[in-house]
Ligand binder design. Structure first.
Ligand SMILES: Cc1cc2nc3c(=O)[nH]c(=O)nc-3n(C[C@H](O)[C@H](O)[C@H](O)COP(=O)(O)O)c2cc1C
Length: 201
């Protein structure tokens, strides 16, 4: 039995095309792995606070005292305990919504999710071997002239290296808001790719 953590950062909730794609992927995953447990973190409901000075100082004091069992680190502990992570987030401001950035602040805890070894290199402490980002984008960021502007998948892939998660994948539908495209058809095609990808996830 594997623990799947589903981090839902789809701000438009049931209107969200990204969420539709994620639910399709997870439904197929559930059919293929009925023994696994999928736990959803809905970031719209959680309303995590960003790290302001007070809670940053509190976090540093607790870390210095080795009190990793404190509620402040519950989100990081949950992330570290997952075998596979699926993050669903629309493409906003060339990356993802702020609620996901706040979540990342909350899980990036040295001593829980990763540590630095004697050479100063990060070493993962969590169980996850795979992280999948599911996203939809208004524009097309797969083109030679736009690829460099994509900061969402690239940031999460880099964070996987920091957290010691060996496999990062991204499932996306893009060009969704381009008037020349049919967004329903693009989403349908992405659903098809989801069905292929889920077989090896
Ligand atoms: C606040 C906001 C910011 C956005 N920023 C971008 C952007 O930087 N680049 C882009 O191509 N599309 C952008 N979009 C369009 C969305 O990526 C696109 O409509 C996506 O499919 C929305 O996903 P959803 O249906 O899951 O909410 C933005 C949309 C919103 C609402």
């Amino acid at each position: 039995m594997a623990e799947i953590l589903f981090v839902n950062a789809c701000v438009r909730e049931e209107q969200s095309r990204t969420l539709k794609l994620a639910r399709h992927f997870l439904a197929r995953y559930g059919e293929l792995h009925p023994e696994d447990v999928i736990t959803e973190r809905n970031l719209m409901r959680d309303r995590l606070q960003p790290l302001y000075r007070e809670n940053l100082e509190e976090e540093e004091a607790l870390l210095a005292a080795g009190r990793l069992d404190q509620p402040m680190f519950a989100t990081a502990r949950q992330f570290a305990g997952a075998d596979k992570v699926v993050i669903a987030a629309p493409f906003w401001e060339l990356s993802f919504p702020a609620i996901l950035k706040i979540y990342l602040e909350r899980i990036s805890v040295v001593g829980v999710v990763f540590r630095y070894n004697e050479h100063g290199a990060p070493v993962g402490l969590g169980r996850a071997k795979k992280l999948l980002l599911i996203t939809t984008r208004g524009g097309d960021f797969s083109l030679p002239e736009t690829q460099w502007m994509e900061m969402g998948a690239r940031q999460l892939e880099a964070l996987c290296a920091l957290y010691g998660i060996p496999q990062f994948q991204c499932l996306c539908a893009q060009g969704m808001d381009d008037v020349r495209n049919d967004p329903a058809q693009l989403l349908e095609q992405a659903m098809g790719r989801a069905e292929e990808l889920v077989k090896d996830f």
